[in-house]
Write a protein that binds this ligand. Structure first.
Ligand code: ADP
Ligand code: ZN
Ligand code: ZN
Length: 826
């Protein structure tokens, strides 16, 4: 075998390769003379690793010193131009060091599936490509035919088809030619959806022609009705999907086809996801208010001295408009802009707003994109063709060529932090690092900044600019606190108050005034807990230490941690009685209650259960936006960045629930959620109103929310953080150990704590079992490390932690214990 033939000529060059694996180090290979020219950092190389597995790795560095061990040689270079710029390689390294994971793990997360090849990779035939293989060379043709026949092949099988050693370049060309793609488990769930859209023959865009057509209509009255329905939808919605049209008109597909045959309407199959390429025009169609103008000027002034600016702008102050003007400026300088949003806030609403101003210059990037779209966008960003990207967390990995500006909107949002798997990075913080490599400017925006960012601004590390009035001079909503302890309830229905009489009345008034209502409850499902009224038994998940939530739609008990479902219990397994008490309430139950109380109102629910489908979320927002709904009930989803004109009442149904989480950020989270959800009320025209239902009405955070006083809240909270040495005063590292046996995980945790104590004695809290001590049949233990900021994570502490974990796992008894390190956990 040629791989083992080390008698090859040497070039005096070696390549350090990042493999998409959790390997602690980069691996070094020798560069054969024939590849010296093409082998450059950022390109992918085909290599052998382990017994006979092949991978496409990324060249990190080319070195001229021979490593002290025998090296295998690179088999091939896959890219003519490097896939990555040096800045990205630096970002990967930074993420792996800061967040204590391997560069291979970063690579696996950062590269779109089509760029990742290994012997285990599965190639899928692209049915859309058709069977025209005329543009292929012999080798490509052989593989394409095999794929056509079998629909999918493992790379190892391709190897047999071709019977040559170096198959990766062939595969790469086939992917480039769109003949096949790489299966990525995660994304296959989001199969590209095609939908039919109906368009009017442009000939009839002319009023006269259209009325001639109508006047001369003969027969087919159903088709006429259908056409009228189309014209109506076209006017109100802009775009008309076939489904929507048939639903509205009650017509059949055959009748639609009749109109298509007459060439009055056209049916077009469209990939719903695909960003429709709009004209590349920049069209700023608004003027900033005076306050916004001043804000913009201040931001620019900050940027003369600092790279990072925190924009603390109250809800509906028009931060987005300020961003748009900043983007315009950098765009005109020919720089690239990245606009980051929490995934859930990436709705059609914000996309529409930006497309209106930047047309086809803006590209969207999020998890629902398919492989081919990712690759396309990747390449366009790399060449600099795409200048503005709107995306979620992972768009930080895109290969920007000349980044000028990064906007991190809703910078406080916890979904910027990746929870699972590695790299557990915070896109906000990584964006600051990535931006610095380009000397780009970073703007962090929020109405409720994270304590960390606000503290940094106060310490003068970041600039701070405030935008303290709402656009149009509207005041922030009036906040009323409703003491639910004082609500009189009938004896048989005593429990947590769901909709107080005050709230009920406010809803009635609001709807009567032709306005809309948002109700917020942080729990989904019907009943978060059931409890046996006789013996107190609470149904729990078999795999997790979690009580089960009753869901009405499935009529089952659900575990919100592992997703298991169980039949609804009739009799208590402990005492045999059937007297269940329903504790607390989730969004489903609220919806049901509202439907009973307000039979004539249009009510909808927005939570992960109700928006399972990929467009359901946007559809709901759209319906609400068009005032085709009166009340929207929802979880966090209704909070994030949405802008509705006619919402004048917001109800927060259970503030106590928000204020009772066992986490040091509980107050911060509660303040942010309440302020953000309140921010949906009265955004335009007139002042809104918010009712907060609570039992513990004396909680200090409630008073601060009531006054919309972020500054005071900060002062209040920062003191506590200081006292208990929590972030931003310390840097937290959370170590979680997992094992299927309780004794093993406990022993491992105590052992690790003892090891770490040798060096970090004063900084360790725990070990202790977390609130949910068992998840998916695995027992958990946690060790919290709070490190002083000064020494930071720079080098030594991180190494110490790493070493002790390695030491622990080298013990036979603890080999099977999973240890997860989370830096700056959220
Ligand atoms: P924020 O992001 O601060 O919550 P938005 O940018 O969503 O606020 O602004 C709130 C509403 O006010 C939006 O509907 C926006 O279109 C409108 N708005 C804000 N500033 C302007 C402006 N200068 N011209 C026109 N409309 C504006
Ligand atoms: Zn019982
Ligand atoms: Zn479970």
């Amino acid at each position: 075998m040629s791989e083992l033939n080390f008698k090859e000529e040497t070039s005096g060059r070696w390549a350090e390769i990042i493999l998409p694996l959790a390997l602690p180090n980069v691996y070094t290979y020798s560069v054969p003379p024939k590849l010296v020219e093409k082998a450059s950092p950022g390109s992918r190389a085909e290599v052998l690793f382990g017994k006979n597995k092949k991978y496409a790795g990324v060249i990190k560095r080319i070195v001229t010193t021979e490593p002290p061990y025998q090296t295998k040689s690179l088999l091939n270079i896959l890219d003519d131009d490097p896939l990555l710029y040096p800045e990205q390689l630096q970002l990967w390294q930074w993420i792996s060091e800061y967040y204590m994971c391997t560069e291979g793990e970063v690579m696996a997360a950062a590269l779109p599936a089509n760029f990742k090849l290994s012997s285990e990779t599965i190639l899928i035939f692209n049915e859309d490509a058709g069977e025209n293989f005329s543009g292929l060379d012999d080798e490509e043709f052989l593989v394409a035919e095999a794929l056509l026949l079998k629909k999918e092949l493992r790379l190892a099988e391709v190897q047999q088809v071709l019977d040559v050693n170096h198959v990766y370049p062939v595969i790469k060309r086939l992917i480039d030619k769109n003949i096949c793609y790489i299966q990525e488990e995660l994304n296959e769930r989001y199969k590209v959806k095609k939908e039919n859209y109906v368009l009017l023959n442009s000939q009839f865009n002319n009023e006269d022609k259209l009325s001639d057509l109508m006047n001369d209509w003969r027969g087919a009255p159903r088709q006429m009705e259908l056409l009228l329905a189309f014209l109506h939808l076209n006017k109100t919605e802009g775009e008309v999907s076939q489904t929507a049209l048939l639903k509205k008109s009650g017509a059949t597909t055959a009748q639609l086809k009749g109109l298509a045959d007459k060439e009055i309407l056209f049916i077009e199959k469209r990939n719903v996801d695909r960003v429709q390429m709009m004209p590349k025009a920049v069209n700023i169609d608004f003027e900033l208010s005076l306050a916004q103008e001043i804000c913009l000027r201040e931001v620019k002034k900050v940027f003369e001295e600092k790279n990072v600016c925190l924009l603390h702008g109250i809800t509906a102050s028009g931060k987005t408009q300020v961003y748009i003007r900043l983007i315009e400026e950098y765009f005109k300088k020919g720089k690239q802009d990245l606009y980051l949003l929490p995934e859930i806030a990436l709705t059609a609403q914000i996309i529409r707003r930006l497309q209106k101003n930047f047309g086809g210059n803006i590209a969207i990037y999020h998890s629902k994109f398919n492989n081919q779209e990712r690759i396309e966008l990747w390449n366009k960003i790399r060449t600099g063709e795409v200048k503005i990207v709107l995306g979620a967390r992972s768009s930080l990995y895109l290969p920007f060529k000349d980044l000028g500006l990064v906007i991190v909107d809703e910078e406080h949002d916890a979904s910027y932090k990746q929870q699972e798997p590695n790299p557990r990075y915070n896109a906000r913080d990584a964006a600051i690092y990535y931006g610095s490599l380009f000397n780009a400017k970073i703007i962090l925006g929020s109405a409720t900044p994270s304590l960390e960012s606000y503290y940094n601004a106060k310490q003068n590390k970041y600039g701070l600019v405030k935008l303290e009035e709402r656009f149009g001079g509207i005041k922030l909503p009036v906040m009323e606190i409703v003491n639910t302890m004082q609500v009189v309830q009938p004896k048989e229905a005593r429990g947590k108050v769901m909709i107080s009489p005050q709230l009920k009345e406010a809803i009635e008034q609001t709807v009567a005034a032709d306005k809309q209502v948002i109700l917020f409850q942080n729990r989904r499902g019907y009943n978060p807990y059931l409890i046996c009224g006789v013996c107190g038994f609470i149904p729990q998940c078999e795999h997790c230490d979690v009580s089960l939530t009753l869901h009405k739609y499935s009529n089952k008990l659900h575990c919100h941690y592992c997703g298991s479902t169980y039949p609804k219990l009739i009799t208590c397994p402990a005492c045999g009685s059937n007297n269940w008490l329903e504790k607390n309430f989730g969004t489903e139950k609220i919806e049901e209650q509202l439907e009973n109380d307000f039979t004539s109102l249009r009510i909808a629910r927005m939570d992960v259960d109700s928006v399972r489908g990929k467009t359901a979320h946007d559809n709901l927002i759209h319906l609400f936006e068009q005032h085709r709904l009166d009340i929207l009930v929802g979880t966090q989803m209704v909070v994030k960045g949405l802008d509705f004109e006619k919402v004048s009442l917001v109800g927060i149904l259970d503030a106590d629930g928000l204020l009772s989480f066992a986490d040091f950020r509980v107050n911060e989270r509660a303040f942010q959620l309440m302020e953000q959800v309140s921010g949906r009320a009265g955004r335009r025209n007139e002042q809104g109103r918010v009712l907060i239902q609570a039992m513990n009405v004396k909680h200090p955070v409630l008073a601060l929310v009531q006054q919309h006083d972020y500054e005071k809240f900060f002062e209040f909270e920062i003191e506590k953080r200081k006292e208990f040495f929590y972030p931003p005063f310390s840097r937290m590292v959370m170590i979680t150990l997992r094992h299927k046996e309780k004794e093993t995980v406990d022993a491992a945790a105590y052992k690790l704590a003892a090891l770490l104590a040798q060096d970090l004695k004063d900084f360790i809290t725990g070990p202790a079992a977390p609130v949910v001590g068992r998840l998916r049949n695995m027992y958990l233990m946690e060790l919290m490390i709070k490190l002083p900021k000064e020494a930071g994570m720079s080098g030594s502490y991180r190494k110490v932690i790493r070493n002790h974990i390695n030491l622990l796992q080298s013990e036979k008894a603890f080999k099977s214990v999973t240890v997860v390190t989370d830096v700056d956990p959220m």
